[in-house]
Design a protein around this ligand. Structure first.
Ligand SMILES: C[S@@+](CC[C@H](N)C(=O)[O-])C[C@H]1O[C@@H](n2cnc3c(N)ncnc32)[C@H](O)[C@@H]1O
Length: 349
């Protein structure tokens, strides 16, 4: 006979300040421990397993949601922007929430559905926003009044070591927002040639040390496959001249590591292709007078948004677009450092 199963215990952690993602059980259960969440937010951090929405007030002002309107949140994430839009669309309005992430999307949908909005007011689809023009007719719509896209990855993706988004956490070098599609970054690094890798680092992240880092990656992988975040971080460090702790050089080193991860993430998720397709076909998804807000987190994204919005004005598909980029306020940057690189642009059909 099999021995009786032992009851499952929550993970143990050392001391009162858990550091590892899976040990932060209070932060991972915000409904049960709201006071812990409050404390973490007040300390300027993002609780594990959540995401703090960026530029919310600025976005609400631009999008000016009205009762009865239809909005698309192209990057639902944790639903941080969605929960602020939804009440303003009531009564009678609808929010369509899209995201490519099959792991986080069901959690977000459950949380949003538990907030008491009428069931028909929220439609959630696991979909790439590049497919918006195809999706709208499928849900019986010819156009929408509001579109929001908050690009990049969520804090939940970044903070979960199993997904390999962060160089600060040891995990498999994956970096896919949808782990069921495409190839992980480790597979890309196993076969990419040096010229292509230099291009990826330059085009996707403006990495000034692209050649040196690419060389080092190619050399390192001929000895052992680069399968983990830690292994990649070590290879990038080795590519740079040794730098004493706390120096400017060391800051440059960390910035390069961050850019290498960013470049690979953009590549494995084909983020620029998705953004360009989305921007090109976006006007056909908009009702007259519709408002669009797009939040980007690095220059490669912002350049594309700026350019395609300008093309839209010239071709008269937009009646107005942002002349200047909008940044997060100093207060927001202080309380949520992840907002420091945010750039917001808008357009009106
Ligand atoms: C910055 S987060 C959005 C956070 C969200 N605004 C909130 O307040 O919780 C970006 C999200 O976009 C998703 N994403 C990235 N590229 C996408 C694409 N092409 N189509 C759909 N979702 C995408 C990611 O999986 C991630 O969940």
């Amino acid at each position: 006979m099999l021995p009786p199963e032992k009851p499952k215990r929550r993970p143990r952690y050392r001391g009162t300040h858990p550091r590892r993602f899976e040990e932060k059980y209070k932060e991972l259960h915000p409904d049960k421990y709201p006071e812990t969440i409050q404390k973490v937010v007040e300390s300027g951090k993002t609780p594990a397993g959540t995401h703090r929405p960026v530029c919310v007030e600025e976005i609400l002002e631009i999008l000016a949601p009205q009762p009865g309107e239809v909005a698309v949140d192209c990057t639902l994430g944790y639903g941080g922007h969605a929960v602020r839009l939804l009440p303003r669309l009531m009564p009678g309005g609808r929010l369509i929430g899209l995201d490519v992430d099959p792991l986080e999307l069901p959690r977000t949908e459950t949380r949003l559905r538990g907030m008491g909005f009428p069931p028909e007011s929220l439609i959630v689809r696991r979909s790439n926003f590049a497919g918006l023009p195809r999706l709208l007719p499928e849900i019986g719509l010819s156009g929408v009044d509001i579109v929001l896209a908050d690009l990049g990855c969520s804090s939940m993706q970044l903070d979960n070591p199993a997904r390999g988004f962060s160089f600060k956490l040891d995990g498999p070098l994956d970096l896919r927002m949808n782990p069921n599609r495409g190839q992980p970054a480790s597979a890309l690094l196993a076969k990419v040639d040096e010229e292509r890798l230099i291009g990826i680092l330059r085009e996707n992240a403006d990495e000034p040390q692209a050649e040196r880092i690419a060389r080092s990656i190619i050399e390192a992988r001929s000895r052992t496959p680069i399968a983990t975040t830690t292994a990649l971080t070590r290879v990038v460090r080795d590519a740079m001249a040794p730098s004493p702790k706390g120096t400017r050089q060391q800051d440059d080193e960390s910035a390069s590591i961050r850019r290498v991860f960013q470049a690979l993430r953009i590549e494995v998720n084909e983020e620029f292709d998705a953004l360009e397709t989305f921007l090109r076909f976006l006007p056909s998804c908009l009702n007259p007078g519709a408002r669009v807000a797009i939040l980007t987190f690095h220059s490669g994204e912002d350049r594309r948004v700026k350019k395609l919005f300008q093309v839209g004005v010239r071709e008269r598909v937009y009646s107005a677009v942002a002349r200047d980029v909008i940044l997060a306020s100093p207060d927001e940057i202080r309380s949520n450092p992840r907002s420091s690189s945010a750039k917001l642009r808008w357009a009106v059909r």
